[in-house]
Design a protein around this ligand. Structure first.
Ligand SMILES: Cc1cc2nc3c(=O)[nH]c(=O)nc-3n(C[C@H](O)[C@H](O)[C@H](O)COP(=O)(O)O)c2cc1C
Length: 193
């Protein structure tokens, strides 16, 4: 079983990454293979609406060669579980996260709904407001893709502004740990089918 996590934060190893790692630690402890890709500093273009993915139909974006099509989408297609994480920018996800959502979502659907029955979870880092809207944005991708969405003891949100602040949000950290354990639980049972 494998989980791939993506952070769409512009800050490498920032609050978003800290939250993701709390969830991945629990998944790893449960024996799930984990990989974590951060979009910070990478080229991540939005969808061109070129329709090439509808010609190739392999589930990947054929219109742009960048970090999303070369690294992110192939990993998402082969994983059993996908975490997409973002900080809140103006009450929504970052541009990089949205680029991943649009291209992964569109290309995988054109390739025959290739995300179907994978397990998904969204994670959000936020200073003050807009977390639920950003959380919903990511879940829209999962839920139109026939994915099974895992929740936690609270919505998957951690609070902080400067890098490291989210560690002070003890409820947020616990939420991530519970999320990781519940995702591992779900993956294990689905694999048994
Ligand atoms: C351009 C920009 C827009 C932001 N917009 C919001 C916002 O709408 N609401 C909020 O609570 N925090 C906002 N923030 C703060 C970040 O969400 C917060 O600092 C978060 O912890 C950053 O995560 P990171 O360390 O992974 O980058 C914004 C930050 C930036 C740079």
């Amino acid at each position: 079983m494998k989980v791939v996590a993506f952070s769409g934060s512009a800050r490498k190893d920032g609050n978003t990454a800290i939250l993701v790692r709390h969830a991945l630690d629990e998944l790893g402890a449960a024996g799930v293979e984990c990989e974590f890709l951060q979009l910070a500093g990478k080229k991540a273009h939005g969808c061109l609406a070129c329709g090439k993915c509808a010609e190739t139909r392999d589930g990947n974006c054929a219109g742009i060669r960048d970090y999303i099509s070369e690294e992110c989408i192939p990993r998402a297609l082969e994983a059993d579980g996908i975490i997409i994480a973002s900080p809140v920018y103006f009450a929504d996800v970052t541009s990089e996260t949205k680029a991943l959502i649009d291209r992964l979502g569109y290309a995988s659907r054109q390739g025959g709904n290739r995300l179907a029955r994978k397990v998904g979870a969204a994670i959000i880092a936020v200073r003050r407001a807009g977390a639920i809207h950003a959380f919903d944005t990511i879940n829209h991708l999962f839920l139109i893709s026939e994915m099974l969405v895992v929740g936690s003891s609270y919505w998957n949100v951690g609070y902080g502004r400067a890098i490291g602040d989210v560690e002070q949000d003890t409820e947020g950290v616990e939420t991530m740990k519970t999320l990781g354990r519940d995702m591992a639980w779900a993956l294990e049972r689905l694999a048994g089918d």
